[in-house]
Design a protein around this ligand. Structure first.
Ligand code: FE2
Length: 248
């Protein structure tokens, strides 16, 4: 099974200035590459919008994703509005007032999707996760916009980390099998290992953030997707970069 993850599209409203980056062209490039890689599934792991959730942005994205013909999942990031996103993508059944979160079985592999849009995971979602894990066995895949740990990138760790990491980590690390977690949000490529968790951060389709600075600093404008392979219980992933499009 092959899954493509794309994240942090940050698409503005028509004509909106998005940091001199042609985010709509970046999205087209990523989709073109996704099409050529022909995955079994596609995951868009949050921050589809530039500042805040906009129905017109979701309505612009949806037909382009669906024209690829792959099954796909779409999740909320902190620059999204979970309910608007759920409605725009026809995911009302998975939406509850505490967020857009749910589980899938893909070719026998359990895959969970969580909602960290408010920079935290609310209690009902933590309870759902806990009871889901109590009834599960075997290695899991989890997609969540925010990484559940600090990752060693000062600017993002200091200013934009998930707020309630501890209760989430307590639940995840109590699971007696490994969990491969795929995130976005940080605009970097990194993998962090902690106990039974492998946490993979996937670069953005907007720009990447410097990993060393405590201040906001753009590292580079290449964009990327992550390709995840699961075969006979073995999971591997790799990140593929492309030139990003700048305006002017
Ligand atoms: Fe984000």
């Amino acid at each position: 099974m092959r899954i493509i993850q794309i994240t942090d599209l940050h698409i503005g409203k028509e004509g909106e200035d998005t940091y001199f980056v042609d985010v709509r062209e970046n999205f087209r490039r990523i989709l073109l590459e996704t099409k050529s890689l022909n995955p079994d599934y596609l995951v868009i792991s949050g921050d589809l919008c530039y500042h805040q959730g906009e129905k017109e942005v979701y309505d612009w994205i949806r037909p382009q994703v669906e024209s690829l013909g792959f099954p796909y999942e779409v999740m909320a990031g902190n620059h999204d509005h979970s309910q608007t996103l759920a409605h725009a993508f026809g995911r009302q059944a998975e939406y509850s007032p505490d967020g857009l979160y749910y589980a899938r079985q893909w070719q026998g592999q359990a895959v969970l999707f969580m909602d960290s849009a408010p920079h935290q995971v609310f209690e009902p979602q933590l309870e759902w996760l806990k009871s889901h894990l109590q009834q599960s066995s075997g290695n899991l895949i989890l997609f969540i916009h925010h990484p559940p740990t600090l990752v060693g990138t000062p600017f993002m760790d200091l200013s934009h980390a998930l707020k309630n990491r501890d209760p989430l980590l307590e639940i995840l690390s109590a699971y007696p099998y490994s969990i491969s977690i795929f995130c976005g949000h940080y605009h970097i490529e990194r993998t962090v290992h902690w106990r039974n968790l492998s946490i993979h951060l996937t670069p953005s389709c907007f720009f990447q953030i410097d990993s060393y600075s405590e201040e906001f600093l753009v590292d580079h404008y290449q964009i990327a997707l992550r390709e995840i392979h699961v075969e006979e219980g073995r999971l591997s992933s790799r990140v593929k970069y492309f030139p990003g499009a700048l305006l002017g």
